[in-house]
Design a protein around this ligand. Structure first.
Ligand SMILES: *Cc1c(COP(=O)(O)O)cnc(C)c1O
Length: 446
């Protein structure tokens, strides 16, 4: 039979862009800038590539804000979501349960560091942080220590932008405006090796930073519920990287002073730093592990806070008031959990942690000219993250670099003057060549 219904032609780039600017308030954006810089209307994706309405393609070298692990339209994840869609898309998780959330919790328990056997779900990273902070405080309250209601974090840390998460964040551009709304929080010195003295090793500097943490907790531990940190890589501040010895020392110090350690692996979890979790490189387990972004392969909003039995048991009681009475409507969404299970299947099936080592070695080799570029400083790599600073006096550098990147079929979205790559793990050698060559071209034309 002939299908005579004409297919509507797809909207043009210009139409989509105009309609978007009228009604969509875009995140992390001064909307007026779009008078100068156009939006990029995306209509489809495949692997590392995003395609716009005009048929142009862009290499998603930052994994769509660090969430995508195995490419767009991944056949394995697509199939899992389709299958789940025919069963149950979502059901509330209070009073109900379902196979995908149970299976995911069991699998996360086996792969997480230490014995983090209890999974509390939410829909995004910032909510996971709120949960960890509230749970930590509530635990101490239940233990008869209500005065332990302060949190500390690392200088330059980023933990999300809801009020609680922003309180423990230390990135001025996100925080300054809202300072009157936030709880006070001490930020102890970052172990980021870019702050080391000339000649001081990354490890020696990390130990020096840990000594300051120790003094702070020795004096203030009675009031402190938890230390929250981004393990190994401080992402949003500009991919600051540090030596794992800091995590080892932080774990020892927190245990000694009865302060919880909250590991925010929202960005670094699921292989980004070269091990499944960043904490693995220090061989430590936190008291709270926060995961999101790559958890669902970047497909659907999902986050989780994992805790050991000792924390769970403190809330386990006949009294409702002792329970953790926190909820989000989409907690444990079945479609998102299936996407997460498919993501974990791919990690096992394709031995991703091992394959990524070969990919990272290749990119490091071909990036030598980039590292040696006269304008490039602090070229660094950790697992599947690369970053470097560009020496420039141009205050509009980030926006211009983004535009120049698009012309090279690349999505480069610098954090200030820091260019970084955080590609999906399915990137091929040929695509890595395009990434490095295109970036060199951008540097030489800006
Ligand atoms: C992205 C991020 C968050 C916040 O996650 P959202 O889903 O954006 O709320 C928190 N912590 C870290 C380390 C992140 O990178």
């Amino acid at each position: 039979m002939l299908n005579t219904t004409p297919t509507p032609s797809p909207p043009s780039s210009a139409q989509l862009q105009t309609r978007s600017l009228e009604t969509v308030w875009h995140p992390c954006t001064q909307m007026k800038q779009h008078e100068t810089y156009p939006l990029v209307p995306i209509v489809s994706g495949k692997g590392v590539w995003l395609y716009d309405a005009a048929g142009k393609r862009y290499l998603d070298s930052i994994s769509s804000w660090w969430v995508n692990l195995f490419g767009h339209a991944n056949p394995t994840i697509n199939a899992a979501i389709r299958d789940q869609l025919e069963k149950i898309e979502h059901v509330m998780l209070a009073g109900f349960t379902h196979e995908p959330v149970v299976a995911l919790s069991e699998r996360l328990k086996t792969i997480a560091p230490g014995s983090l056997g209890h999974c509390f779900y939410a829909s995004d990273g910032a909510s996971a942080i709120e949960i960890a902070l509230k749970m930590s405080f509530h635990y101490w309250l239940l233990c008869g220590q209500p005065q332990k209601n302060h949190f500390i974090s690392l200088q330059n840390d980023y933990h999300g932008e809801t009020l609680g998460a922003l309180s423990v964040t230390d990135v001025a551009i996100f925080k300054e405006t809202y300072a009157p709304l936030l709880r006070p929080c001490t930020h102890v010195p970052t172990p980021d090796w870019r702050y080391a003295e000339p000649g001081e090793s990354a490890e020696a500097y990390a130990l020096r930073a840990a000594a300051v943490l120790e003094r702070h907790l020795a004096d203030n531990h009675a009031q402190i519920a938890a230390l929250i940190l981004e393990p190994l890589v401080q992402g949003a501040t500009g991919m600051g990287m540090y030596h794992p010895v800091y995590l080892q020392r932080a774990r020892e110090i927190c245990t000694r002073y009865q302060v919880h350690l909250i590991a925010d692996e929202i960005a670094v979890g699921f292989g980004r730093t070269g091990t499944l979790f960043a904490c693995n490189q220090a061989d430590i387990a936190p008291d709270f592990l926060c995961l999101s972004k790559g958890l669902s392969g970047g497909y659907l909003p999902l986050s989780v806070v994992m805790t050991p039995d000792a924390i769970f048991q403190a809330f386990y009681d006949d009294k409702t008031a002792r329970a953790f009475l926190h909820s989000h409507s989409h907690t444990g969404n079945a479609l998102a959990c299936r996407a997460a299970l498919a993501t974990l299947d791919i990690f096992e099936r394709d031995q991703i942690i091992e394959t990524n080592k070969t990919k990272a070695a290749y990119l490091n080799t071909i990036a030598a000219p980039l590292a040696a570029h006269p304008q490039v400083k602090n070229f660094r790599n950790c697992g599947m993250i690369w970053a470097f600073e560009v020496e420039t006096n141009d205050h509009d550098f980030a926006a211009k670099c983004f535009q120049a990147g698009l012309e090279q079929q690349l999505i480069l979205r610098p954090l200030g003057k820091t260019i970084y790559f955080m590609p999906p793990y399915i990137i091929s050698e040929q695509e890595m060549d395009l990434l490095v060559d295109g970036t060199l071209h951008v540097l030489n034309t800006l």
